[in-house]
Design a protein around this ligand. Sequence first.
Ligand SMILES: C[S@@+](CC[C@H](N)C(=O)[O-])C[C@H]1O[C@@H](n2cnc3c(N)ncnc32)[C@H](O)[C@@H]1O
Length: 230
Amino acid sequence: MKTDPIYIFRKTWATYQKVISNNLMFHREILTAVKKLLESRQETLNILDLGCGDATHIGKILSPGQVAEYCGCDLSPYALDVAKNNLEPFGISVNLLCRDMVAVLREAPDNHFDVVYSGYALHHLSTDEKQIFFTECQRTLRENGCVILVDVMLEEEQARNAYLDCYNGAVATQWEALTAHERKQVQEHIRNCDFPETPADMQMLASNAGLTNCQRLEKQTWHEAWCYFA
Ligand SMILES: C[S@@+](CC[C@H](N)C(=O)[O-])C[C@H]1O[C@@H](n2cnc3c(N)ncnc32)[C@H](O)[C@@H]1O
């Protein structure tokens, strides 16, 4: 089904790998900024990774000694299989769940995680679900814990349709590393499944949940990294 948010990840994980290796979604700059933030934490961390995919990125921004507990969830069983291998160097028992991220978050224990991380997955949720995301994050975070969010966001004042036209225009003209067929698949996925918010609206949803202290870590076109603290 083409409106299934993980259709493209189930069928064409290789396309996403091409996107990453050609830095088309600015993973390099974004993850450098997130790594810098995480390096400032001295304690070992309990991490919840929502929409973890194959965990390649979280695996690169954390060092093995930094993680006490890792729980990742994704709807793609294929990605989770790969994640298991990518997380092996951490030498800790990891909990990988093939489930919806909101359901996992709702069942997360109170006051337990130091970091709730989500990379390029939250924009698949509705605004109401994003509110639930922040509310449940606040509940499951320990004191000094934070949400780290990497995602596509609208420019301030930009409507979704304008974003879709601009982003898909960039895919058409700048994503030359993909074949024409792959570009078409990506554009269709974006049109059907991307529901990004503006940074100010995300800040408001976080603030409604009590996460009032936030900071932009990086921005590259529509690709942003933010952290939200209580
Ligand atoms: C663009 S990939 C990002 C993967 C990884 N976080 C990264 O940064 O490379 C988005 C991932 O979110 C997953 N996803 C989308 N909606 C989801 C949901 N409701 N619950 C769990 N995972 C979801 C997809 O299966 C896919 O693996």
